[in-house]
Design a protein around this ligand. Sequence first.
Ligand SMILES: [Fe+2]
Ligand SMILES: [Fe+2]
Length: 402
Amino acid sequence: MYVAGFGGSWFEHPFWRPKFMIENKRDLDKVTHSSVPYVLIDETLGASVEPEPAACEADADIAAQEQREHPLRRVRKARRPAFQMTKEAIAHRRASQLVNRTKQQMRRIFTDLQMGWALDRADVDGVLDNIVQSVGEDAHALLNVLRIKTKDDYTFLHSAAVCTLMLCVARHRGMDEAETRDLGLAGLLHDVGKIGIPDEVLNKPARLTDPEFSIVKNHPEHGHKLLASAGDIAATALDVCLHHHEKIDGTGYPFGLSAENISFAARLGAVCDIFDALTSQRAYKDAWSPQQALTKMWAWEGHLDHAVMAELMVALNLFAEGLLVKLSNDRLAITLHNDPPGKAAPVVQFFAVEAEEMVAPQKIIIPNDGKGVRVLSVEEPGEWGFDDWDAVHSRVVDALGA
Ligand SMILES: [Fe+2]
Ligand SMILES: [Fe+2]
């Protein structure tokens, strides 16, 4: 058979010549295993293929006539791709494409604001639309891509990641579209004030000096000013921009607000902000795994709101290690070490809620797709009578290993 050309891109076929005679099985295999959709064969120079059975005599005549007039024929390969991309690989590729676009768009948005220009709402809404859609498809794939940052794109990707995390919680809460978008916008613009900070301070891998830290501490107020003058920005975004570095024990900045004066959105902004910073892979440091980051954050006293952290964990199906959780199958369980880090959460169920009794500890995996058993909430051990939580935890986990 004489190949007179390939369909699709020439990158996809394994031959350096576009025209040649197939003379052996090895060449034939190369063609059939490549990812080209079809080949053109020249029937005047080589063999033909079996004609498709004609539906009637007239069809057969037409086919014979066509063959005489057009010796080049397209031969479609059997519909069997040379390799099949997994669902995860497809989701990863889509997320990477989105992140590349988002990076450019965010750079433009931040630059416009720095120049004192009005915020282009169409641009911002475009970024938000794409992230909202991607969160609906596979938020984990998006977060995995957003985790890898270089110093040049750190703030843009960090903003997109905080936006993604806030959207996950909004969706999990069942917020309406307007509230969801306001939270997403807040994540996207929370660090816009960093645009005025010199790169050498922003990207410094070592501990900041006092004067450098005071420059950094100015970014919430600077960002708020930029957003307020850009006009038409939802109050939630202004609030999160100004207050995402406040701490619930009143030791945060810029105002040292106490817990009751920090809104839900700002508390969520703080949690998502730190979670993304700790799990980001940068040139000079290894990232913490999501579970490591959540476990450390949960242990911090007075910084973050545990209720808000719990919402993020349930929304992502990612948990700090050793938490008491309530499952959808009438059981209480303890979250286990997630090793190797995966999307599904391992837990050990040990207590029947309705019957109020201990049951034989059993390890189960909570899938990430919401199908099957789900984690409903993170619980306070003391409220279930587990006053010595460390002792209960060790007993249950040890019984599992026995
Ligand atoms: Fe910040
Ligand atoms: Fe941030």
